[in-house]
Design a protein around this ligand. Structure first.
Ligand SMILES: *[C@@H]1O[C@H](CO)[C@@H](O)[C@H](O)[C@H]1NC(C)=O
Ligand SMILES: *[C@@H]1O[C@H](CO)[C@@H](O)[C@H](O)[C@H]1NC(C)=O
Ligand SMILES: *[C@@H]1O[C@H](CO)[C@@H](O)[C@H](O)[C@H]1NC(C)=O
Ligand SMILES: *[C@@H]1O[C@H](CO)[C@@H](O)[C@H](O)[C@H]1NC(C)=O
Ligand SMILES: *[C@@H]1O[C@H](CO)[C@@H](O)[C@H](O)[C@H]1NC(C)=O
Length: 654
């Protein structure tokens, strides 16, 4: 079978035209570079010099740009699979009472009450509820009124009621049951709202799941991944890199645009300062007339409360800390690692997601912004998140069915990957710790209303990004007029001429491919882009890699006996790309991994090749892309037609 390089005269003409145009462009560029010095060239590099597009075959990197090469790892392979097992399920006790958006009632029937709670007759059971309010981040206060809950009746809670505590007594045996329920009462939107310039607004929901890396999300939450990417057109940030160690220094940038130290100097002047004077992103939304929420499922690990002073006044219109801490103190059990897995009859995760469901449905006639955070199933164990896969799928499907996603932008994210455990001590585990997941689902109309912003967003999914960018993204979502084409054009011009680049860049703008960790505010210690160093060509390791490349080349030439076997003539250059020494320091040396790029000359023919090899051990190596030919092959390979083989073949037996 002969390879038809030029299908017809027609495509040959097209190719010639393309070639001529390219030469003309390069000529133009060359002249401009010499005339107008480096400015144009810098722009070319920033916006056009994109390795990812130049080398679409390269599947070896999450991010492959001039400024950042972030090596890709497998979800499962023979090295890592032993860490991933099925976790045991979690079962909490059965509840006596239940609630929906407005009602509370006894959900068990007489038989169930008898068998589960030793209640001989429903008439001997007396349940009642009492409302409570937040007094501070640590204290709640109960209202005096006690309302009975009668067996067989649904009780509508008073308008405005937010949190209630239920207790049940069994006649003669005293209190047998406690439970908590929450509601999302409608409220007036903030009064001093600035009228929106844009025609439409979108609600914004951020749901964070603590300590899950991009790959662990795909590994543990396989059904969710499929639903998000295949059915809901979610866009995933594949080059999302953390900026600090644990939750706090990673979420402060999301919420404030500042790093933790900057926040402290701006609004936390004293050791005992609360966060009340800090400007968090929900204020941007409140100013535009949005109702706001902040909720976490674990109280004592609270973002603003774990060894911190919290808030004097509650920061958002809806704030679940009072009820979460009450549940944690009064009805929590099954402690595993740092967290309790049951609050009464539900897991903390179920409670948070149930709250989100009530929130979006109770406020369907309002504009809302919510920031929700769950740690209960992911904080401590790498395999536990598998248990919430099905529930997340149901949650997302329900939102879609109820049309919530028509006018809501939903962001799913994490702060970082898992920070401890046996997997964390491997090289891949160390990298995953630094690479949290981040997905966004946009309403369909975003793509037609904001074409440039959305096409930038898509492209940025393969750029280096961080929590600082998410902050800029949220700011943009609070004022959608910033996403219209005209605005995006102006902002793009500003960005192109900005020197230096801003630390946080909205993903609705074109993030320059030249962006480095340094420019993005990611310290070397957290940076998962590889750094390059030159290695002496006489190094034994370099020689091993060169021989490996030769074996690969010869293997490809095997089927073409008209080509000579290639031998190593010399190694011209070698560069090693690896994490900064600082980042890699806690990983055992024998599990270090690096990419070695060698340029070498072969004989016969004095061909020059360049290849990048991922070196795991002296024996375990693989090519990260194609082997490129870096000098002209001329007539050396007339004996083959395959364009790939033409690069490698030296015709004639030797
Ligand atoms: C859970 O149910 C079991 C059996 O009904 C009971 O013994 C236990 O006290 C309950 N635990 C909590 C925390 O309610
Ligand atoms: C009580 O509920 C159970 C299901 O949980 C059902 O099987 C049973 O028939 C019910 N009993 C009565 C008396 O309704
Ligand atoms: C169940 O209730 C009866 C009274 O109705 C009481 O005598 C008995 O001790 C209770 N059993 C348990 C396990 O609490
Ligand atoms: C905070 O500390 C300062 C001095 O360090 C003290 O004067 C002030 O009363 C404290 N405020 C609170 C709320 O504890
Ligand atoms: C949401 O979108 C669906 C399908 O496009 C449509 O049928 C429905 O009317 C929309 N709902 C709202 C509230 O816009």
């Amino acid at each position: 079978m002969s390879f038809k390089f030029f299908e017809s005269r027609h495509s040959f003409t097209k190719l010639m035209l393309f070639f001529t145009a390219t030469v003309a462009f390069l000529f133009y560029l060359f002249n401009n570079v010499t005339l107008k010095s480096s400015e144009l060239y810098t722009r070319f590099l920033r916006f056009g010099g994109d390795l990812e597009e130049m080398d679409p075959e390269s599947e070896a990197y999450f991010v492959n740009t001039v400024g950042c090469k972030m090596p890709k790892f497998p979800i499962f392979d023979i090295h890592n699979q032993r860490f991933f097992t099925d976790p045991d399920g979690v079962h909490c006790n059965t509840s006596i009472t239940a609630s929906d958006r407005q009602y509370v009632w006894i959900r068990l029937n007489a038989t169930e009450l008898q068998t589960m709670y030793n209640v001989s007759d429903p008439s001997s059971l007396s349940c009642s509820y009492q409302s409570f309010r937040r007094k501070s981040d640590t204290w709640i206060k109960f209202l005096p009124e006690v309302t009975p809950i009668v067996f067989g009746q649904r009780h509508r809670v008073a308008a405005g009621e937010e949190f209630i505590k239920v207790t049940c007594n069994n006649l003669g045996l005293g209190e047998i049951y406690q439970d908590f329920h929450y509601f999302v009462p409608d409220r007036d939107p903030p009064g001093d709202a600035v009228p929106a310039a844009s025609r439409r607004k979108a609600n914004v929901i951020v749901i964070g799941i603590d300590s899950i890396s991009r790959l662990n999300f795909r590994r543990q939450l396989q059904k969710s991944t499929h639903l998000l990417l295949e059915e809901m057109n979610a866009i995933e940030m594949e080059g999302y890199n953390k900026v600090g160690d644990n939750t706090y220094p990673n979420l402060i940038p999301v919420l404030s645009g500042l790093d933790a130290a900057e926040l402290e100097s701006v609004c936390l002047p004293l050791k005992n300062s609360t966060f009340d004077n800090c400007h968090f992103i929900w204020r941007n939304f409140a100013r535009r007339g949005y109702l706001t929420a902040f909720a976490e499922d674990i109280g004592y690990l609270g973002l603003f409360n774990y060894f911190k002073k919290g808030f004097h006044n509650q920061p958002t219109d809806y704030y679940t800390r009072p009820i979460i801490t009450a549940m944690e103190r009064q009805i929590a059990y099954k402690k595993m690692g740092n967290v309790f897995l049951c609050y009464g009859s539900k897991t903390p995760f179920e409670i948070l997601f149930d709250y989100i469901n009530k929130f979006v449905r109770s406020l369907s006639q309002r504009q809302f912004f919510g920031f929700f955070w769950t740690s209960s199933f992911s904080h401590d164990y790498i395999n536990m998140p598998k248990l919430i896969d099905g529930e997340i799928v149901n949650f997302l499907k329900q939102l879609r069915e109820d049309n919530v996603l028509n006018d809501t932008v939903l962001i799913l994210m994490s702060d970082h990957g898992l920070r401890w455990g046996s997997f964390r001590s491997t090289y891949q585990g160390m990298m995953e710790d630094r690479q949290p997941f981040m997905f966004t689902i946009f309403p369909k109309w975003f793509f037609t209303e904001f074409p440039r912003a959305m096409s930038n967003f898509r492209r940025n999914s393969r750029r280096l990004t961080s929590h600082f960018d998410l902050h800029e993204m949220l700011r943009d979502l609070s004022r959608l007029e910033q996403l219209e084409d005209v605005a995006v054009d102006v902002r793009t011009t500003d960005l192109t001429t900005a020197e230096p680049l801003p630390r946080g860049i909205s993903p609705f703008l074109a993030i320059p491919p030249t962006r480095t960790c340094d420019a993005a505010g990611i310290l070397p210690h957290w940076c998962t882009c590889h750094e390059k160093q030159t290695v002496p060509t006489i190094d034994q390791g370099v020689l091993r890699v060169a021989r490996f490349v030769l074996r690969e080349l010869n293997a490809r030439l095997m089927g073409s006996p008209q080509c000579s076997k290639l031998h190593l003539n010399s190694i011209l250059e070698a560069t090693r790309a690896t994490l900064t020494a600082d980042a890699a320091n806690k990983v055992p040396a024998d599990s270090q991994m690096f990419d070695l790029t060698v340029r070498l000359r072969t004989k016969p023919g004095m061909a020059e090749f360049e290849a990048t090899v991922r070196v795991k051990t002296d024996e375990d190596m693989e090519l990260t892309g194609t082997v490129s030919r870096t000098n002209l092959y001329g007539r050396q390979s007339v004996c083959v037609n395959d364009p790939q083989l033409k690069l490698y073949c030296y015709c004639g037996r030797h």
